[in-house]
Design a protein around this ligand. Structure first.
Ligand SMILES: C[S@@+](CC[C@H](N)C(=O)[O-])C[C@H]1O[C@@H](n2cnc3c(N)ncnc32)[C@H](O)[C@@H]1O
Length: 265
């Protein structure tokens, strides 16, 4: 079970650190590497999924900044990996404001690296658990940085698959979106076994390594966007969401994730 992780436990694999292993970072421990290697055995392209997911995040943020969005709330941020979300947003809109949220103590220890925004913009970090959305929405750091009466892009990227159904990820996302006004966006990605059984096996490896993990179908992923209007191209895979270059067809079986962006109207 993933717990609110105030103490750094290096003997148990953690989702942020296994992801750092996939992305080629240095901020993980032996337990994370072992879990990551095991995941790669059952899904040799799991690293491609992670890399394409990260690229989707950057493209979606640049796209929304280009549409005029100036406030970003990124939940389940991960260990800083350049470029980070605020860099993508502030490259397009230097005055963009970004609030990062994660519950991993290692991410907290690196939070300073996330707060290097432009002079005009601002970034801040909230150490909180998405399972308590209210603790995020009422955090003084958030309220100092974002004006919740103005549109916000809420990103929950590669996070909801770490919440199983009893933890009600659908209710959590709905609560977050209820707190932001019309003109806001939801940006999400999620692991799935719809494109092959491998990602389901990865979820099993995660559970056996002590983490909570649940893949979801396309229909289940679509439920997160209930009441919102998906923007073009709708629900797709990360590498096919406004790609910079045409992706190879081989990637379609490799990237076992869904991605989508929707507007609250
Ligand atoms: C796979 S990483 C994704 C990082 C980033 N969003 C991306 O897509 O590049 C998942 C992140 O979600 C965080 N996370 C997992 N459970 C969480 C929870 N209950 N509350 C807040 N963050 C959580 C992990 O610590 C980790 O940093």
């Amino acid at each position: 079970m993933t717990t609110d992780d105030d103490a750094l436990n290096v003997n148990t694999a953690h989702t942020a650190r296994v992801y750092d292993y996939y992305l080629g970072g240095k901020d993980h421990f032996k337990a994370d590497r072992v879990a990551g290697e095991h995941a790669e055995q059952v899904h040799p392209h799991v690293r491609t999924s992670a890399l394409e997911n990260r690229k989707f995040m950057l493209r979606a943020v640049r796209h929304l900044a280009g549409q005029g969005v100036r406030q970003f709330l990124d939940i389940g941020t991960g260990i800083p990996t350049e470029p980070n979300l605020h860099q993508a947003a502030q490259e397009v809109a230097p005055a963009a404001r970004v609030v990062y949220v994660d519950n991993d103590s290692l991410v907290l220890s690196h939070a300073r690296a996330l707060m290097t925004g432009t002079d005009e913009g601002r970034t801040t970090y909230v150490h909180a658990d998405v399972r308590q959305p209210d603790s995020i929405l009422t955090a003084p750091e958030l309220l100092d940085t974002l004006d919740l009466s103005q549109p916000v892009a809420v990103s929950v990227i590669a996070l909801a698959h770490f919440l199983d159904d009893p933890q009600d990820p659908f209710g959590i996302v709905a609560e977050l979106m209820a707190a932001v006004p019309a003109g806001s966006y939801l940006v999400m990605s999620h692991a799935t076994a719809d494109f092959g059984p491998e990602m389901g096996e990865v979820a099993r490896v995660y559970r056996e390594s002590g983490m909570t993990a649940q893949v979801r179908t396309g229909d289940e992923f679509a439920r997160f966007f209930s009441g919102l209007d998906l923007i073009d191209p709708g629900i797709t895979t990360p590498h096919r969401w406004h790609p910079d270059i045409d992706p190879s067809e081989a990637m379609d079986g490799q990237v076992q994730f869904y991605a989508g962006v929707a507007r609250k109207n």
